[in-house]
Design a protein around this ligand. Structure first.
Ligand SMILES: [Zn+2]
Ligand SMILES: [Zn+2]
Length: 361
């Protein structure tokens, strides 16, 4: 049986490779990718911001169906029995559980994270999710998707959602606190829902109409439109008007360097800033480090998450599926062959979350 895998060799280019789908590794499995999302990282890849001259394999947010289980696999990583045909979501990397960070319990900062191969021609080929199939390796956490959570929704759990969940926990966002979310894309909407469910007051800031509308549905108590409040100072004053003081926490998920400057400005004295959105090494922002000093800010960088957070995310979805309109989160689907169009339209921010359905061509 042959499968297809996408590759981005450079800015705004995509290629497809065909390879024989290997058998399942002992302790792991082979999944059919039923849905894979265009995440912010894929848009950065598409713009040529990473991958460099070697190119990059896109795709890491997925939901899939177990095609074949490897020797010894009877349950997911939470002990739930699994069989061929079951729907699963994998963590898109594995951690070593042996490096000094893992040993201290900080697996999100594992120094030996493994992601798979760098090019579709390298065996075992299927290690990124813009593909018809995906290999879950023996040391890679995966979880059965709860029955009431459709693929459409589960697919973003293994990146966007788990990462903001971990970020909010790392910053201890709790009941009665206020949170400003910079950016109402996929990461932002997940952050709003989780923070709202635990009783925080949430303000969303974005400059796109339909994203601001979505924010209100995902738990934002108020929104600030960047087009109307175009200076950092105007936004700062508006936030203070809304909550009668500075916010306890600001989370940056807009993914542009200016948003980090905004986060430092918006944060209150003694506040916490969660930085998740900026992931392009070449993009920089001029900041006055003294802002951090004199405001006594706590800055919390978050990349990836401890693997068990995928389980927490799936459980959160199962519980809150009717409270927030998760079905609207993914607003366009494309076959794998139309990946370029999905990436282009995501780059132009016409869509909140585009998804590819690789089993449909
Ligand atoms: Zn480690
Ligand atoms: Zn992602």
């Amino acid at each position: 049986m042959k499968g297809k895998i996408a590759f981005i060799p450079g800015e705004h280019k995509i290629e497809f490779f065909e390879h024989e789908v290997p058998g399942p590794p002992a302790g792991g499995l082979i999944a059919e990718v039923t849905q894979t999302n265009v995440c912010g990282s894929e848009v950065h890849m598409w713009k040529g911001e990473f991958g460099g001259r070697h190119g990059v394999m896109p795709g890491h947010e997925m939901a899939g169906r177990i095609h074949a289980l490897g020797d010894g696999v009877k349950t997911d990583w939470a002990g739930v029995p699994v069989k061929a045909g079951d729907r699963i979501a994998p963590v898109y990397y594995s951690v070593c559980n042996r490096c000094s960070n893992c040993v201290k319990g900080n697996q999100a900062a594992c120094t030996n994270k493994a992601f798979g191969v760098r090019h579709p021609s390298e065996a075992p080929h299927f290690t990124a999710t813009f593909a018809t199939h995906y290999i879950v390796r023996a040391n890679q956490n995966f979880y059965r998707i709860p029955d009431n959570v459709p693929d459409l929704i589960a697919a973003s759990a293994n990146c966007a959602m788990s990462q903001v969940y971990w970020g909010l926990d790392k910053a201890s966002v709790r009941y009665g606190e206020s949170l400003v979310v910079l950016g109402a894309g996929g990461l932002g909407l997940h952050a709003m829902a989780i923070a709202k469910a635990r009783g925080a007051y949430v303000i969303a800031i974005d400059g796109v109409e339909h994203r601001l509308d979505e924010a209100l549905k995902f738990g934002a108590d108020a929104t600030i439109d960047l087009r109307r409040f175009s200076s950092a100072d105007a936004r700062r004053r508006r936030v203070r008007e809304l909550i009668g003081g500075g916010p306890d926490v600001v989370i940056e998920v807009a993914g542009v360097p200016e948003a980090f400057i905004d986060a430092l400005e918006l944060a209150s004295i003694g506040g916490r800033v969660i930085e998740i959105g900026n992931i392009s090494p070449a993009l920089t922002a001029p900041i006055a480090p003294s802002r951090v000093t004199f405001k006594a800010l706590e800055i919390i960088g978050v990349t990836m998450y401890p693997p068990n957070y995928l389980k927490k995310s799936l459980d959160f979805l199962a519980k809150h599926i009717d409270r927030f309109p998760y079905r609207e989160m993914c607003d366009a689907t494309f076959p794998l062959s139309k990946a370029a169009e999905a990436l282009d339209r995501s780059e132009r921010r016409e869509l909140t979350r585009a998804a590819l359905l690789p089993q449909q061509g």
